[in-house]
Design a protein around this ligand. Sequence first.
Ligand code: DGY
Length: 415
Amino acid sequence: MATGLDSQAQDILRTNDRGGYTVPTAGLYPYQWNWDSAFAALGFAQFDMDRAWVELETLFAGQWDDGMVPHILHHVVNPGYFPGPEVWGCNGPSPSSGISQPPVAGTIVRKIYDLDPVVGEARARRLFPKLRRWHDWFLKWRSHEGAICITHPWESGRDNTPDWDGAMARIDPKDVGEYDRRDTSHVDNAMRPTRYDYDRYIWLVQRGRRLGWDQAQMAEDNPFFVADPTMTFTLLRSHRDILALGEALSEDVAGMADDIAQLEAGAESLWNNDLQSYDVRDTVNGAWANCISNASFLNWYAGIPSDGQAKHLDRIMDLAKYPLPSHDPASPKFEPKRYWRGPTWSMMNMMIGEGLIAFGLPQGERLRDATMRLIRDHGFSEYFDPTDGSPAGGQSFTWTAAIWLAWASPNARRA
Ligand code: DGY
């Protein structure tokens, strides 16, 4: 039987379980979020394998005809969150948002399958074609020179990172109208995106809705089409994983090696030589963001070594007591408590750390140890202040509990 922090983490997953899907945290996020849910499955796989598969099956039941898997599935009506399904105005198989989120599910399906291939075989086989269709959707609609782009800051999951400040400034949200934010009734204003950002988030939702979420129409004159290391590296990694899974299951993997070559070229197109870092590029004007974020360090996770990136890693790990901050602490835009402008996120640490460990780099275990200390000393919050570890955002958070169970806990069974 689990004890101590393992048992607390399991309780958080059980408490956030709404029957077939897990909310990220009660109150602030009352629906099923795409990448949160994939990490939840990874956590469940440590103690309830059936529940882990159910989480992913519920997520993929929301897949659209064109292959897109939405970033939010609104399984219930909840006035405590804005924007709800009536604002998105989507037509998928169930009420949902109209954008996607980082494709980490393929990697997690493979991990869960590897933990127990006998239990997992039939379920992984059913998910495999759905994963391929989702990945193909990214390759068809979000690719720019092989790099994967976002059409909304929420699509990356890194909502208010300074990475998109340049592209966001191009949007004039003057006709966005009145709306009532609910997030700041759950969490301190100073830990959330600003009104300036929210006006643009909602403006982009209104634009997508006006265009019926038709990807071809949305691509025309899109003021926000930004090539992102999060999407590029997670898709590349996930494509490698589902290729390996498909081979293990003798499924059709035709064309996947070519996709991987294209994504590798795309990843290299995000190397900012002046900055000596992977960076965000605005496809509308070709401008670099000139930002070193935690997503910049996902290259190893995607199977790409980089000495230049490792230099920044050492520098930033020395600057932050609880690495890895979501934005470079040496930058004037660093804000240690404001969501993606500085705080440390456990699931990013896991992906970055796993990549480093796979390359035999000692910083990987250092990052795991820092994540273990962070959760042990400061709890299961959504994110943390990297300067002193203080908890920030929502509490009793699903992915922090899941990362504890699957990676940071000394008892984790790591696939
Ligand atoms: C939020 O509401 O802050 C979410 O990140 C949107 O997906």
